[in-house]
Design a protein around this ligand. Structure first.
Ligand code: GLN
Length: 252
């Protein structure tokens, strides 16, 4: 089976090796006998709903976000149509912010977003930087942890009733106060976690792939056979220990 990933703005949104997330998805898919085709979608290029099983956006500095914001805002309806059709989405940091209604940067400029996630973001004075550890439950009854790295000025506010990706065990998360990190709407996930995120959180990479397979087959997501993730587990443990060493939730 061949799956297709639409990589939005790979030339603008790619800090902290966020491109590494794509490499992990390609490799873990291949280990399951699945081919993953990665299609870049750049500025001004069309996004046709239904063509992609998974859409991906990396992080970016305010300047790069400013360059792509009008384009992603214009892609809002196509993104909503793709998601309504069952496509999965992973957006990291600056990409996450621009899946919301807007990102107001530290100069007060309001960058329009795609409006796909019920959130908005406002930059604060001080950056929230460091290792992060989350507790999440993407699959009911399955508590898991996510470990990564954050570096953002933006404070993301979830609309009431919006599901976060997880609860902050250590780190700042969305705003350094709510104890929440990321946002989730079905198969759409936004997070501040860089690293890149997926090499040290293979269960989450697999979750995304199962959503993509479900989109391709029209069926329900079904878990894969586990792989030997010993190395990944070590990377996770190191990252989680660093986050814990920061000492609990931080607030600004
Ligand atoms: N520029 C945004 C902020 O500072 C996002 C940063 C990022 O993607 N790491 O909040």
């Amino acid at each position: 089976m061949k799956l297709t990933v639409g990589h939005l703005y790979p030339d603008y949104l790619n800090i902290y090796a966020d491109r590494g997330n794509i490499a992990v998805l390609v490799r873990r898919a291949a280990w399951r006998g699945l081919e993953l085709e990665v299609v870049p979608i750049g500025l001004g290029e069309p996004l046709r709903a239904g063509e992609h099983d998974l859409l991906y956006l990396g992080g970016g500095q305010d300047r790069e976000q400013g360059l792509i914001a009008p384009d992603i805002a214009a892609k809002g309806p196509a993104l909503a149509e793709a998601v309504a059709g069952g496509a999965a989405v992973l957006a990291v940091c600056g990409g996450y912010q621009l899946l919301g209604r807007f990102y107001r940067d530290r100069y007060g400029s309001e960058l329009p977003g795609a409006g796909l996630l019920p959130v908005h973001t406002v930059a604060g004075e001080r950056r929230m930087i460091g290792d992060v550890l989350l507790e999440c439950e993407l699959v009911p009854g399955e508590r898991r942890t996510l470990a990564g790295f954050e570096n953002h000025a933006g404070r993301t506010i979830l609309d009431p009733g919006t599901e976060p990706l997880g609860r902050v065990v250590s780190g700042f998360g969305n705003d350094g106060a709510s104890g929440l990190e990321g946002a989730r709407a079905g198969r759409v996930v936004g997070t501040y976690l860089h690293g890149p995120l997926l090499p040290r959180n293979p269960w989450f990479a697999d979750w995304l792939l199962t959503q993509a397979v479900a989109h391709r087959t029209g069926g329900e997501p079904a878990p894969f056979e586990p792989l030997d993730d010993g190395l990944e587990a070590e990377a996770h443990a190191v990252s989680a220990a660093r986050a814990k060493a920061r000492g609990g939730r931080r607030s600004r």
